[in-house]
Design a protein around this ligand. Sequence first.
Ligand code: GLU
Length: 429
Amino acid sequence: MENSLFSQASQQLAKPFQYVSLPEETLEMLKYPKASLTVSIPVRMDDGSLQVFQGYRVRYSTVRGPGKGGIRFHPNVTLDEVTSLAFWMTFKCAVVDLPFGGAKGGVTLNPKELSKFELERLSRGYIDAIADFIGPDVDIPAPDVYTNPTIMGWMMDQYSTICRHIVPGAITGKPLAMGGSLGRTEATARGAFNVISTLLPKFDRYPAYTTVAVQGFGNAGAILAELLFQAGYKVVAVSDSKGGIYAPQGLDIPSIRYQKEQSRRVQAVYCDGSVCSIVKHQQISNEQLLELDVDVLIPAALENQITEANAARIQAPFIFEVANGPVAPAADDILEERGIFVIPDILVNAGGVTVSYFEWVQNRAGQYWSEADVNGKLKQKMEGETETVYRLSKEKEISFRTAAYVHALNRLSEAIAARGTRSYYLRAT
Ligand code: GLU
């Protein structure tokens, strides 16, 4: 347990507690997950065989509202990972002031090895297994790594079948036709873009003079790369799980996205596609991408990408964590000593869950908003909370991560104290 991801994640609370005077009860209440569920999901495969998959759902905290967080389908999913991700969701929802606690789910599998039929049976089977543990007022799942709106649609459908009535607010990130929200698919990237464009000008960094490397070309990384490209940033490197490409003069992100859609591989893009000869580029590995001499580094793939082993070689002065937990705590200290700014996941990628909240509100009100409305509300929230985290970090001379945790802890603490404090109970009457 010492080296578990969760013990690393919860270590992140030690620092903020040095800078704010919070009741001990806050730390006590946030020490352990509120509830954890491990399930087995039997799935009839297309060849007639039966395969049993392991699944999890962890509700970390409900002090500020029902649990909220995605469902990950990945071969490395463990209870430890899901617990850490649920822990981070708790702080993420508090940083952007959503009336939610934190939760997360996952199934250990490689979804690329399943047919679409098998994936549907697995998704419905997972909901059958966790149905008593979730609900629109209890814990609301959403997409995460390797899950998408189609999968959320199956899950909402299955949950509604179990309940014998339609419950759109039970799952967010659904297809539009099933009660999804406009702007949800792009929300993580858009929110990260809002954070980046609020912070960089404070350091006199402007798009035309700013080079960017993005690790991860999934929903968050690819859309963010395109938003940055459109805003005039020079995106010089991108990668996916199979490797990356680097062109110091800048990459044409829309055509890479288009080619990736066709080939499913970023590295194949320039050589297989028609853009092959347009831009000179170099093929690089994911590790090399992290160490490039760029102004902004965006890890948008998985956790633990920047560790003690490579932190000394990172050259980018700004790291925006679009993935959850890409910088390990030991690396965080090294980067801080070297004067590298790390803008934390719980702020940078909070756009996804923010629009999930908007979706949940729309489902419950039965009223749907325009995309401009969603994007406008998201921008307002992300910019406002980014300003607060920036101000806290300056006032207290603390890192952005510590400032974001202080901000979240203040809100969590308020909710914990509202139920009574030591001094309230012991005060003489
Ligand atoms: N999986 C996303 C995250 O890690 C979104 C969660 C949600 O929308 O509930 O923030």
